[in-house]
Design a protein around this ligand. Sequence first.
Ligand SMILES: [Zn+2]
Length: 365
Amino acid sequence: MPEIRCEDCGCLFPENYLIHCCENCGGYFDFADLPEFDTGAYTPELPGIWKYRSSFSLRNPELVVTLGEGNTPFIWDDPTTHEIGFKLESLNPTGSYKDRGSAVLVSQLLARNVFSSVEDSSGNAGASFAAYCARGGIAARVYVPEQAAGPKRRQIEEYGAELVSVPGSRSQAAKAVIEAVENGDVYGSHAFLPFGIPGIATIAYELAEQTEGRIGTVIAPAGHGALLLGIMRGFAALVKCGILDSEPYYVGVQAENCSPLSLAYRYGLEKMADVFEGNTMAEGVRVSKPVRAKAILKHLSAARGEIITIAEEEILPACSHLAKKGVYAEPTSALTWAALNHMNMEIPRPIILIISGNGLKYYPI
Ligand SMILES: [Zn+2]
């Protein structure tokens, strides 16, 4: 089972309590190695992602908080050519891929006897966190920017979490939750805590099964980066154990108005310090200081891939194009379709788009 270590100073994550960043140096915690993928350890009697439970590094393997997340449909854009495919993460229990991470995260919180927790989010992660906390019996408080999409805020409240709408940008909500943590609340952060990443890696395991290993390129939105990183680690784990010969080509997509990963990819991590949190309807990637930036760049430098940006005026037409195919995606997810127009025609086929969130959660006017 891979250890969880500070990615800067290497100290181990504490055994008996929860912290969101390193007490020694302020660095982020992450797994020191890939998830341990073992087909001999499948638990198919459990739903969705829990088939791969042995790869989750669970503190208590018997403690499972699930709403049936994972095992989402995969469809080809054109079933006769198999050129472009859609992984419909929008059909998870709360309408986004976040559920894969939340199920593992909340199971890990309960295994550490956390029964009350705070979280911050642009919307999807907060809704997902609220749902799994409701399922697990954890009292949740979720901080969101006040401009977060109405359906997401409604979802958070309906699941029974306390919703705190914070005026200003996404980073203001992040500051507000840190104040709560400094006053003693437990921060069940989907961004800082790495627990959910092996859950997100199950997207790769499912894709390998659903396409029978035929995956040329994977395109995914990138905000904090856990989606892209989880997928990359999932494929790397499949290569490591010999199920796949090589990892696919990766494309992370950001909104042009807030694109720290793209800058870091081109000019180095230090360039992220200057990034302005511009407004974008792709609210799920409106993150100016992505927690997993260093890990993503490290993986991309070892594998093949790139980070690209999409202009604001390209996003709504991409939503409409997807909808005309019957795929109702929120703007953040439609970045992946818009990305196709920016791709070198030589990128490996087939191309898989990760439809990360449901259009029902976002109504642009
Ligand atoms: Zn450290």
